[in-house]
Design a protein around this ligand. Structure first.
Ligand SMILES: [Zn+2]
Length: 310
């Protein structure tokens, strides 16, 4: 949140347009389309689309042009897209903006001196209208033809594949962590709303982290783990309660846990309380699944669309 505010201030100082959802800033600077993307807490990328005499930029030439400015720490070229990494040595928005401004001035003046012109990052044309687009989460400066013909989309469409097997592991580990919290709350005698939400969030986040992304498939897989965890957590809690009964004192928790369904049939057990607990934990977790899924999908939505930004 603080980082977003910082980027917004930097964009304001530089007179760049700030895009709140995508957390990027962009501008047309001295005839060049420039996209400013924070790549971690300390570094920023400046993205250009360039060409010279209808040829793509040459990486060694680009490297040469940035010498002498210690804040420009690297430069990469992919087709006609040139990305400069800026590493400011301050944490403050105004100082970062100044560093970026200096770097931008140096880059642009060397580009002009070398005869590089603003061009489509994909096909390198200078003739067509070139604008900044969001292509499924990648911001790039391309021509209308490339956008219309879905050319850039093809490059980016498959780079974030979902690894379902790893996702299953993530959903399991998340559910395990959430399950411990639910059992803890149950042992304290409370069916916690927080516990249910946390269980769902941990499992869904676990899936997303290891799978690389969260699809509806992932939500269904996580939901199975979440509901199973609810059932197991309730039974662990029931086993813990049985272990306090005189007649089961000598039995270990695991064997009590395995016998919960059978023990529940015993006469001196309040079976309604068991089902009530189960119902609440499942209901709270279900709310958790819906809330976290909406949140996660909302965050991913910005990455999915492709359209013109400027
Ligand atoms: Zn193009």
């Amino acid at each position: 949140m603080i980082e977003n505010k910082k980027l917004e201030s930097i964009a304001n100082i530089l007179y760049f347009s700030y895009h709140e959802n995508l957390k990027i800033a962009h501008d047309v600077y001295e005839g060049y389309n420039v996209i400013l993307i924070p790549c971690n807490k300390k570094q920023y990328k400046l993205v250009f689309g360039l060409s010279r005499d209808n040829r793509a930029p040459i990486e060694s030439e680009m490297q040469y042009a940035i010498q002498g400015n210690s804040a420009i720490t690297s430069c990469t070229v992919e087709r006609n897209e040139v990305i400069y990494t800026i590493t400011p040595n301050s944490n403050k928005a105004d100082a970062i903006a100044m560093t970026i401004r200096d770097a931008l001035d140096q880059i642009v003046s060397s580009l002009k001196a070398e005869g590089y012109e603003n061009a489509c990052s994909y096909c390198g044309t200078k003739e067509s209208e070139i604008s900044i687009y969001n292509i499924t989460g990648h911001q790039t400066s391309i021509c209308h033809e490339c956008y219309k013909n879905n050319l850039a989309n093809k490059v980016y469409a498959n780079d974030k594949k979902e690894n379902v097997l790893k996702g299953i592991l993530g959903a399991f580990l998340g559910a395990l962590l959430g399950g411990v919290v639910v059992v803890f709350f149950l042992s304290m005698g409370s069916i916690s709303f927080v516990g249910g939400i946390l269980l769902s969030l941990a499992s869904l986040a676990g899936y997303q982290m290891l799978a690389g992304k969260l699809s509806y498939k992932g939500i269904i897989i996580s939901s199975i783990f979440i509901l199973l965890t609810c059932y197991i957590a309730i039974n662990i809690d029931a086993a813990l309660q049985f272990s306090e009964f005189k007649e089961y004192r000598d039995e270990n928790i695991f064997s009590l846990f395995m016998r919960v369904p059978e023990l529940l049939k015993g006469r001196n057990v309040n079976i309604d309380a068991y089902y009530e607990n189960l119902l609440y934990v499942v209901a709270f977790s279900a709310v958790g699944i819906v809330i976290s899924a909406i949140q996660i999908i909302k965050n991913q939505k910005d990455e999915k669309w492709s359209r013109k930004l400027s």
